[in-house]
Structure formats: structure tokens, C-alpha cells
Design a binder for this molecule. Sequence first.
Ligand code: 0RA
Length: 644
Amino acid sequence: MPKKKPSSTEPANNNEYTAEDIHVLGGREAVRRRPGMYIGSTDQRGLHHLVYEIVYNSIDEAMAGSCTEILVTIQEDYAVRVEDNGRGIPVEIHPATNLSALETVMTTLHAGAKFGGKTYQVSGGLHGVGASVVNALSSWLTVNIRRDGKSYQQDYKQGIPQGAVTEVGEASDTGTIITFLADEEIFGTVNYGFDSLSERLREMAYLNKGLEICLKDERGDREKTFYFEGGITSFVRHLNRNRTVRHHQPIYISNQVDSTVVEAALQYNDGFADATFSFANCVNTLDGGSHLTGFRSALTRVLNDYAHKSKMLKEDEPNLIGDDVREGLTAIISVKLTEPQFEGQTKAKLGNLEVKSVAETVVGDGLSLYLEEHPDDARRIIEKCLTSAKAREAARKARELIVKRSSLDTGTLPGKLADCSEKEPSHCELYLVEGDSAGGSAKQGRNRRFQAILPLRGKILNVEKASPDKMLSHAEIRAIITALGTGIDDEFDLSRLRYHRVIIMTDADVDGSHIRTLLLTFFFRHMVELINHEHLFIAQPPLYRVKAGKRQQWVYSDQEKEEAMRELKQARSVEVQRYKGLGEMSAEQLWETTMNPATRTMLTVNLDDTAHADHTFHVLMGEEVPPRKAFIQAHAKSVKNLDI
Ligand code: 0RA
């Protein structure tokens, strides 16, 4: 009976710690000392990770076929409650640890706590860390379990159990409720973003067809429910919703090999972008991995086979290459496996090698079958790929011509670049500056040892609407590519990046924000790893200078301006000067306010949700006007948020 058994990590009731306990409490200390190691950061993103870590556990139950509903509630007191109708976390005491299974899950770091002969595999989690980390970082956390006709509860404070699991009543169904308040000591003010949470939960609902996920915000009165009978097929339709599609029905493929489930959905549109998103156990693998590699090689192989067999591709013509079959492709590849290995700096790459051939076989077989059974769709798809191949050949010729004339592949740096003297990339910064005059001030004001300046003249090409050859013939884009040194798209090589901080510095006006969006679009479409690895930043020049006598202050928002004026007004009359453009500042002022690492603020560009960003860029920069108008209206008040 769990009720009678005192919790062995309860310090007040038990002064005999076992080695196990010390390990457990040690884990708690480690998490609280360096929260960033476990949840990435302690800003709003980190806060959202807490929610996702808990939700992942419920998703596991759904993946095991035992849970159909998850309800996430942001309570009025800013605690978050995650409820599911799964089997309920077991509460029996495990003889080896003398702890209930529940307490083991809630206090043991590292996924995969074993009990009752079953490995409890925490499969999700960006960092695969699970509920114990959330527990350690919560000022309080309560678990309610309904199981075996009974209802149980256990409470924690900062990860420490406040007593054993206690029976608190009867229950007619099963499920788990975890409620936690993120610790202000760690996170400062706790503030959840409804939209950001809801985008990610929507994604999870797509990845688990038939699972209902509801998000409720009791601070206001908002509520959203996601349920997709079509799963990732619905996801692909959603991603293509403002695009002209080549075939009406997304192709859906699914199969299981041993315990690995592979699912893919794909549909071609008339655009140029490759919008393929890969997931492993519902974690968005931004850096791809073996599942994505397997998917891509199956796609190239099967489409080539079909193109040859149907004689659409002649014997003497070269095969389609990866780029040809991925242009205008919207796809989801999702795998679910028992022991995912997440690799790389940001743990955003699936490492399990065996998954490559599994994904390749499942996708290859499924796609061949689909093409045989749907010859009309097959023809439309192959035609699209052949068109892409022709355009690519034209682009290659154009590039050859350009390369002969100048630099793109030879490594010669652009003439307009004022480089820095330091050569170690991790110490170097590149400012992309709007306009020659601001470029001039930046060159004068910078620290030339580690800061390089690339002035950009006139409009930047909208890459969303341009073909690849047109993009590569655009002077400003070419200058950026050569200055960075990485190449683009498939040839992108992060290890060749010449500056680890690439900083976009534009005016604080409409033109400036337009140029910034164009640059972000380019980076998102052609160098997304730059964003994923947090090498891309936005400079924050001040909006005003507030002056009273000899005292002056730079301010960066309207709110700050009001505060500064109120403060300075006590003395004498206050002069407020608005800075519209970077060019209005002297070189010294630019250094002092915007470029000096000791005093500047910059925004890091990051991607909370790639699929969402893909849509945003398409809507903002694509051909169709009506959705763009709708987007701009909806976001006119929140343009400060640069999570794209
Ligand atoms: C371990 C074993 C079983 C279920 C769970 C854990 C479980 C964990 C969580 C976390 C949130 N919701 C959850 N629901 C279930 C299976 C127990 C059995 O076989 O009955």
C-alpha cells in the first residue's frame, strides 16, 4: 500500500539516506544549478519546454495506444495543469529502489527508468529529460493518478517529495494529472505565450492521429482544441493551404518494421521551396538525421525508376537529382522508435543508423505502389521534377558564367566587405548594414579587430518568388554568400562559417523592416542551420535620445521613452529626438548604442516552430496577396516578437 510507505527521499521523515537517494537529490541540485543544460534556457522558451516535457509523457501513453485526450490548462495562478486519460503512472513500490514507480519517474534524471519488468521509455523531450527536470524546476508540483479504482496524490516542492504517495479517494476511470508552478527563482516572471504553445500542441496533434489535445488559458478565456483524423496528411494539407498543389490528395505512406513505425505524407506544389519536416517521436528534428536521409534517398530512387519506366526520362538523359525531386515538395516524415538517439549540439538530429534503411524501405515501397496505382498524379509529379531539372541546368550554366566573371566559388571576398583582422570565426562578427551611408558610419564606429561590415545597397531580392538562377545572379545575395563562406542549400557547410555572429542592422522604419524580412527569408530558405545554431542576430538601434541638460539617455521603446522623460523632467525641460535611420547617428553613437558588445542588446533569431515559420514566410513573401494582408493585420501589434 503506497499510503503507508513513507517516501524515502522525504528528508523530514527519514534521516537515513541511501546511495540511491543521494543520487536522486544530486540530480535535482544539478538541474537547479544549471537549468539551461536541461531545458535550453530560462526564458519563455525554457518555460514552454517545461510544458512540453510533461505533455511528451502523455503523448507516450497515446503512442502506446492507451490515451486519447490531453488537456493543457494555464491556470489563473500561472500554474500549468496537464491531464490525460491514459493508464495512470503506476504507484506500486519497486523493491529494488524502495520507491513508488511514480516517485521514480518524478525524481530520477535520465529517461528510461525501469520498473515492473517494463522500461518506461520517455521518448519525447527535446533533451529527453522528462518529468523529473520539470519537477526540480517547479516551486511546487502535484501529481494525481487515477488507477485500479483509486485516486492517488503526491506533492513536491522544488523537486522534493512532501510525503509519500497517498490514496485520496475512489476513481471510476484512469488517468494522470500533473500540475506545476514554474519556479520564479529560476525563471523570473512566469509568462506563457498562448500562441506559441498552441502551435506546438497543434503539431503534436498532427503527429498523433486521433489524439485530441486541448489548450485552455484561464488567465483570459481562450481555448483551442486540436484533433486530426488524417494525422500528418492533414498536416501536409495545412502546410500547402495557400499554395497551388500539383495533385489533390497528399500521398500517405505508413508501415512498421520491428518496433519502428515510419509514416510519411507528401504533396507537390508549384513553388520552389522544399518544405520537408522530420520528426522522431514527435520531436522536430531540425537537423534531420537518419530518417530524413532514408526518406530522401527513397524519393530520388523511386521517382527516377518511375521516370525511366514510363519513358518520361529518356535513356540518354541524366537522372533526376535530390534537388530536382525536392523543389516544391511539402512533406512530413515521422518515425516512432523505442530508443531514439538525439545527436548534435542542439540534440535536433536523429542518430539511429538502422532507421535510415527502415525509412528508405518503407517510403520506397509505399511510394512505388502509389505511383503505380495513380498514374495521373505520377505524371504530374515527374513533369514537375523534370521542369526543376531543366531550370537547374539553366541555373548551373548561368552560375558558371557568373563564376567566370567573379567570385562565388573562388572564395574571393566581395569588394564592399570591410573585413575584420581576427580570423578565428568564433570571435568574429559580420554586420549586414542597410545602405551605404549607415555602412560608412558602421565602418568608422566598429572595432575592426573582430567586427566586419557588409553594406547592402538598395532592395534585397525576394527569394521566395525568385527562381534559383535569378537568386544567384543578385549581387547583394551573392556578396552575403561569399562573405559568410558557407555556400547554400545542399552545399551549406556550417564549419566554413567565417563569422559566428551574423547581425542584421537595419533602420527602425518600414523600409528597414522590409529589408530585414527579406534577409530573414533568404536565411530561412537557404541557410536555415545558421538560425538553428543561433548564429543569426538582429541589432537593436535605439528609437530615441532623451536629453535634459547634460544628462542624456538612449531609449529603445516607447515605454522606455515615457519612463525616461518622467525621470528627467524633474530637473528641467526635456528634449526628445527620434532616430529614424542608422545614418542619423554618428559613428561613435552607433558604436555606443548598437555595436559595443558591452552595452548593446541584440535579438537572437530562432525558430520555435519551423512549419509555422515556413507558412509565415510564404504568406509574407509569396505570390498571393490576400493571405499576406490577413497576416499583416493580425500581427501589426506584435511585430516586436522575432521568433519567426
Ligand atoms: C509507466 C508505465 C505505464 C504508464 C505510465 C508510465 C504513464 C506515464 C505517464 C506520464 C503522464 N501520463 C502518463 N500515463 C502513464 C503503464 C502502466 C500499466 O501497464 O498499466
